[in-house]
Design a protein around this ligand. Structure first.
Ligand code: ATP
Ligand code: MG
Length: 306
């Protein structure tokens, strides 16, 4: 079966009075790594469960390759659940083979694939051990192996990087990129925005169940955020506060990162800076995903309040 894209169309999911996901639409294309970010309770896990089919949406559609997603496709989603779904007391190799078969692999194919992934994750020697005897990071690798060992059509990973050391983050992101390059859509959720920024082709930001931004990092940056590092060591404290159309993002000693409104003239800021004394730094900076995220949160909260 050829890999296709995942498309969410107008998904809404309620739990009683609470609207956990509200009219959510976006797609994850073959060959891309898509980062799904949002605060606690924003609706990421709920969305993933609706994609998986473990939750039924109140309205909207999940489509695969342009058609409503079929059971056979859902069965071949490599899913890493938030609560992790493996058996602590079962031997690692055995349970991986068993799980791959549940997802449609033959026993021989499952055994081959599991052996390859365990080797890749340097866990071959642990195949006969109980899962619970592994460290957190290694259990996470086993969980990823479980999502990969039946040749999934797509990967849906709920916080796969949580609790991993930097080396493990790198090896996991390498695997995700390889999978994407092989043509499968990869979506994962994370609170580690610097990882998301580094490894994703596109990002979706969800707040209160609604998608508030979606695109490549550069596209999201293009939404008008302009930032400048300004260093005026002899300026009186708070001088920036007297300028209009300027917001302080953070400070680092005497250096201040400011964000300009679309209509603010950076040359006027430079003149104001020079008027305070020597200017040691005046430099445009690209906003980070964290800055973009905060901006999207503020805009959305302001829009919801008005
Ligand atoms: N089974 C459930 N019954 C009732 N409410 C639920 C259920 N599952 C989730 N919710 C609520 O739906 C909202 C979205 O939760 P969800 O778990 O999707 O958020 P999340 O973005 O994954 O958050 P986190 O970053 O903390 O994992 C929250 O308000 C949560 O309390
Ligand atoms: Mg969650």
């Amino acid at each position: 079966m050829k890999a296709g894209g995942l498309e969410l169309k107008g998904l809404t999911k309620r739990f009683g009075e609470l609207v956990a996901v509200r009219d959510l639409s976006f797609d994850v294309r073959p060959g891309e790594v898509f980062g799904f970010v949002g605060s606690n309770g924003a609706g990421k896990t709920t969305t993933m469960r609706v994609v998986l089919g473990t939750l039924i949406a109140d309205s909207g559609d999940v489509q695969w390759d342009g058609s409503p997603i079929a059971f056979e496709v859902r069965r071949r989603i490599g899913y890493m659940p938030e609560e992790r779904g493996l058996y602590p007391k079962m031997r690692i190799g055995e349970q991986l083979v068993y799980l791959a078969q549940l997802h449609g692999a033959t026993e021989a194919a499952a055994a081959g694939s599991v052996a390859r992934w365990l080797e890749r994750f340097q866990l071959k020697e642990r195949a006969r051990d109980e899962l619970q005897t592994l460290s957190h990071g290694n259990q996470q690798r086993v969980q990823l192996a479980a999502a990969l060992s039946f040749e999934p059509l797509m990967l849906v990973l709920d916080e796969p990087f949580a609790g991993l050391d930097p080396e493990a983050v790198d090896s996991m992101s390498e695997v995700l990129h390889e999978q994407a390059q092989a043509g499968i859509p990869v979506i994962f959720s994370s609170h580690q925005l610097e990882i998301v920024e580094r490894i994703c082709d596109r990002v979706g930001i969800i707040q209160g169940g609604s998608l508030v931004a979606c695109g490549t990092i550069d596209e999201l940056r293009g939404r008008g955020l302009r930032q400048l590092w300004v260093d005026t060591p002899s300026a009186p404290q708070g001088w920036i506060g007297s300028l209009s159309g300027v917001r302080i993002v953070r400070t680092d000693g005497t250096r201040i990162l400011i964000e300009l409104d679309a209509s603010t003239d950076d040359q006027a800021i430079l003149r104001a800076a020079l008027a305070t004394g020597p200017v040691q730094e005046f430099r445009a900076d690209k906003p980070s995903l964290l800055d973009i995220f905060r901006e999207a949160m503020t805009e959305h909260t302001a829009a919801a309040a008005s």
